[in-house]
Structures are given as C-alpha cells and as structure tokens.
Design a protein around this ligand. Structure first.
Ligand SMILES: Nc1ncnc2c1ncn2[C@@H]1O[C@H](COP(=O)(O)OP(=O)(O)O)[C@@H](O)[C@H]1O
Ligand SMILES: [Mg+2]
Length: 494
C-alpha cells in the first residue's frame, strides 16, 4: 500500500478544494462590488437630472406632485431607482413610494456628502430607508430653494438597487454566467486534483522502487553488486536519495570486502606463523632429544656441535617471534614514533659496524657513499635503525660472494634520500609488487627463503608509513636491487 501517495493526494485535494471555494467566493464578492461601482457611476447624474428637471420646493414647501412625477420619470430611466427628498440633516421630507414600505424616517448624510464632494472611493453606500439594516449604492444631488439659491435646502437621494435590484440579483445568480463560473471552478478543481494525483503517483512510484531496492539490500543481498543503481544525472531529491543509497550500499560492500579480506589475512597469518615457527622448533627439539637419549654414546665434540645447532635454532626462533611482535605493535598503532633530530651518517656507521663481520665472512663489500656526509634528519632513530638493518640484512643475505652492498645518502632541498643497493640476483618483475607484503618471500624454497618469515620489508614499510614516507624499489634481474626512502630534514611545520 502506498500510503504516502494517498496522503499527498488527500492533502492536494483539500488544498485544491479550498482554493476553488475561495476563488468562488472572491468571484461572487468582486462581481457584486463591480456591479455596485458600475451602477453608481452610470447613475451618478441621475439625481442631478431630477433636481434640474424642475423645482421640488416651492415657497419652502415640498411640491409633492412634482416629486411624484419626477420619481416616475426617473424610474423609467432606472427601474431600480427609489427617490427621496431629504432635509440637509437627512430627515426624509418626501418620496413617491407606497407609504408603508418606508420604515426609516432619516438617513445618514455623511455618506451623501462623501459622494457629492468625491472624497471616498466608489462604491459609496448609504442607508436604504425601506431596509435600514442594509446599505445600498445611491445617487445624490443638493436641492436649492429658488428664493435662497445659495443655501442647500436639502438633498435628492436616489437609492440604486433597491428592492427591485435585489430581485434581479437573485435571478442573475442562477444565470448562465454563474453556472459557467461554478462549473469552470469545479472543472479546474478536478483537473488540478487529477494532475496532482498523477504526479504524486509518478513521484512515489520512484520512491517505491527505491524502497524495494533498499529493502532487498537490508535483507542481506550484499554480494551481487550495489542493488541500487546510481542515477546518472540527479534530476531531483529522489535521485539524490537514490545516489546516496547507492553510495551507502557501495561503501557497505567495500567495507564488507575489507572485512572478509582481513579475515582471510588473519587465517593466513595463523597458518604462516605456525608453519614458520614449527620448523626451527622441531629441529631444536630433535637435537635436544638426541642429546638426552644418546648422552653416553656421543663424544664431547659432537655434543657441543648439537648444542650449538640447537642454540642457533633457538636464536632464530627468538628473532622470528621478535619480528612478529614488532609488526603487530606497529600495526596496532601502539607505537608512536619518537621524533628527534639526529645525525644520519652516525646511524649508518653503527649499522655498518653491526654487519661488518657478516659481510667479511660472506666476502661482500659494504660501503657508504659519500663516506663523510654531514646531515641530520628528523625521525625516530631506533625505528630508522630497524629499517636500515632490514634492508642491509636482506642485501647481504641475497648478494653472492664478490658482490657489493652500498648505502648512499643524497641530500635535497627538503629531504634526505637514503638508498641501499646491492649487486645481487635482483627480484623477479612479477614479485616486485608483493615484496612489501607480510609473509611474502619471492623464493620461498630457495636457500635464503629458509629460516626467514618475509616480515622484514613489511616492517620497514610500516615504519616509513609512520614517518609519512614510503619505500620504493628498483630491481633488475642478475644486476641487483636498490631500495630507496626519504627522511625529512626538519620537523614539518604543523
Ligand atoms: N636485496 C634483495 N635482493 C633480492 N631479493 C630481495 C632483496 N630484498 C628482499 N628480497 C626479496 O623480498 C622478499 C621479502 O623480503 P623480506 O620482507 O625482508 O623477507 P625475508 O628477508 O624474511 O625473506 C624476500 O624473500 C626476497 O625474496
Ligand atoms: Mg628480510
């Protein structure tokens, strides 16, 4: 059921009906005003004609015969006219109507004066002596006594639209014109209502459709792409609503996908961890068990060798766990970099010292370029040390004997670029986009893949992210690999 449609149509119907009724009443009222003004203007000089047609007052007395005769003549001109002769104060001196019909014996002269001196807008209404409760338009003219022509002896007062007018007006209201207007208004009301109902039905149909799509979505149909199609060019609020729903649906889907991906990664993590930790643990366990079981059968040299192997595995295991822990900490944002200004060449020197022995043992040259740079950077010194250790460690691990690993520093206007390059085997092109992913090893079964977890570069990238920077790599197979990142020279202005 489309309730909104009915509500809107109902409201529309009431509004249109009220408008129609108002229009009808305004028409009735204005037509009446119009007729009254018209009648007053047309008959403005009626009273003057009557007064000028002959003396009505002779020797201070009303000439009733003349008044009657002039009344009859005036009624020929305008059958609705009713003529009264008034004193200057508005008392009725005489008239030519049946005596019982006239109820009032005086009328209000102020409206007569207003009409004569033109000080009020037409129509001006005055008392109807035959019906004192109602006011009618009239014509009036001052009457003078020929003996004293300067003084106003009274007024000739002509009520227009007297009782006759009422009768005619009654008839007219049932006339064709009125019927046409009434029918016209009714027709307009119906047409407006019909158009409105159609429009509402159209608009609410789109809303209804949208509701259908959205409710499908809330019922859990997430997987089939956004159920709400976006409007290409929003024409109105409904389209905007549609687009908002589309956007919402897409966002929910993306978040759902992210959640699913996170979930997948978490499972993978557990698998990876258990696999990578099990191997060294198992070897360690094996050596120790052998030591216990064959304690007497082993000579001192073999025993020492077994113990040493077990210790190596333990160290390795500890390192793996340390890496895991470190990445987890970095990811959980519980680590906030402790920014400080420090000398980069000094840090590089420390890292080189750390790896010097390993480099000599594997016959790889370890160089710093330029060897005597003086530059200080603004970063977390221990985190940047981890990055350098991971990069140099990788470079030494993958570079064969006779190769070279170089750490270079390039200073530019705003930053210091650090590169770690080697002459190793390089990284396959298809592996490049993944090497910074956690647990990714380009060559998992190779000699180097063993005993590593693929976390070093993930940690390095995460650390540089915390420094609002990024790490990049260029690698050419059989030529070597170069990792690069930038560090800020100074604290960034907030
Ligand atoms: N200097 C390098 N030369 C060649 N391959 C590299 C180099 N550095 C990293 N890689 C590749 O990237 C992978 C990911 O490196 P990393 O995250 O440090 O993991 P791990 O060193 O534990 O394998 C490595 O397994 C290796 O395949
Ligand atoms: Mg590594």
């Amino acid at each position: 059921m489309n309730h909104l449609h009915y509500k809107l149509s109902g409201a529309m119907f009431i509004i249109v009906l009220l408008l129609g009724a108002a229009f009808y009443l305004i028409d009735r009222y204005s037509i009446r005003l119009y007729h009254e003004e018209l009648s007053q203007r047309l008959n403005a000089s009626l009273a003057m004609y009557v007064v000028n047609a002959g003396p009505l007052i002779r020797d201070g007395e009303v000439d009733r015969g003349a008044l009657e005769e002039l009344s009859n003549r005036a009624m020929v001109i305008n059958p609705t006219a009713e003529i009264y002769l008034l004193t200057p104060n508005g008392e009725i001196l005489g008239h030519a109507l049946p005596p019982d019909d006239v109820i009032a014996d005086r009328v209000d002269v102020s409206s007569i004066r207003k009409l004569i001196d033109g000080s009020a807008p037409l129509p001006v209404k005055g008392v109807d002596p035959r019906n004192p409760g109602s006011r009618k338009v009239f014509s009036a003219f001052p009457v003078t006594d020929p003996i004293r022509p300067d003084d106003i002896a009274g007024y000739l007062y002509v009520v227009l639209g007297g009782s006759q007018y009422e009768a005619i007006a009654e008839e007219v209201s049932g006339s064709d014109r009125q019927r046409m207007i009434t029918a016209g208004i009714l027709l307009l009301v119906l047409a407006a209502f019909g158009a409105g109902a159609l429009l509402f039905s159209y608009l609410t149909r789109r809303l209804r459709q949208l509701t259908g799509e959205v409710s499908g979505f809330t019922a859990g149909r997430f997987d089939t792409g956004s159920p709400v199609a976006a409007a290409d060019e929003p024409r109105d609020e409904i389209d905007q609503l549609r687009n908002a729903c589309h956007y919402m649906a897409t966002t929910i889907q993306q978040q759902l996908a992210t959640l699913q991906e996170d979930d997948r990664l978490r499972r993978e993590l557990v698998t990876n961890i258990s696999h990578d930790l099990r191997t060294p643990l198992a070897s360690m366990q094996g050596y120790i068990e052998t030591l216990i079981i064959k304690d007497d059968a082993l000579d001192a040299g073999t025993r020492a060798q077994y113990l040493e192997t077990a210790r190596k595995h333990a160290t390795h295991l500890a390192r793996l766990i340390q890496d895991l822990f470190e990445l987890a900490m970095l990811d959980s944002r519980r680590v906030t970099p402790q920014f400080e200004q420090f000398s980069l060449p000094e840090l590089i020197h420390d890292v080189v010292q750390e790896f010097e022995l390993q480099a000599r043992e594997s016959d790889v040259a370890l160089e710093v370029d330029p060897p005597d740079a003086v530059v200080s950077v603004f970063a977390d010194i221990s985190l940047i040390q981890r990055v350098l250790e991971n990069l140099v460690g990788n470079a030494l691990k993958y570079t064969p004997a006779g190769g070279k690993v170089s750490i270079s520093v390039q200073r530019s206007a705003a930053a210091v670029g650090v590169s770690v390059a080697d002459t190793g085997p390089g990284i396959p092109q298809e592996a490049l986009p993944h090497i910074f992913d956690r647990f990714y090893k380009a060559d998992p079964k190779g000699v180097h893949g063993k005993g590593s977890m693929g976390l070093g570069l993930a940690i390095a990238r995460r650390i540089l992210e915390l420094h609002s920077g990024e790490i990049s790599v260029v690698s050419e197979e059989r030529q070597g690999t170069r990792f690069h990142f930038d560090l800020p020279l100074q604290a960034r202005a907030a």
